[in-house]
Design a protein around this ligand. Structure first.
Ligand SMILES: [Zn+2]
Length: 82
């Protein structure tokens, strides 16, 4: 069973179409069951679309910065819910 802490890395691979079918299904199942990761995945997808539509490819540092910001936001959101 996929854990919330595994979702950012799996989501990143999924958005790059580099995730196996089995791991994609595990990710989708987790996202269906977990509202926090559902929200995270929606934000990551929007960010990926924004990067894609801005005209030039994002550098590895830019992608890592955005993914870290998403993780920080998800962590902050999760701690607010407790
Ligand atoms: Zn989760």
């Amino acid at each position: 069973m996929l854990k919330c802490r595994d979702v950012p890395a799996e989501a990143s691979l999924a958005l790059d179409n580099e995730l196996s079918r089995r791991r994609t299904m595990a990710l989708r199942f987790h996202i269906l069951m977990c509202r926090h990761c559902h929200r995270y995945m929606r934000q990551a997808r929007l960010l990926a679309q924004a990067w894609t539509n801005r005209g030039e490819a994002a550098s590895e540092d830019e992608v890592n910065n955005v993914m870290q910001a998403c993780r920080d936001n998800a962590r902050k959101t999760n701690s607010e819910d407790v």
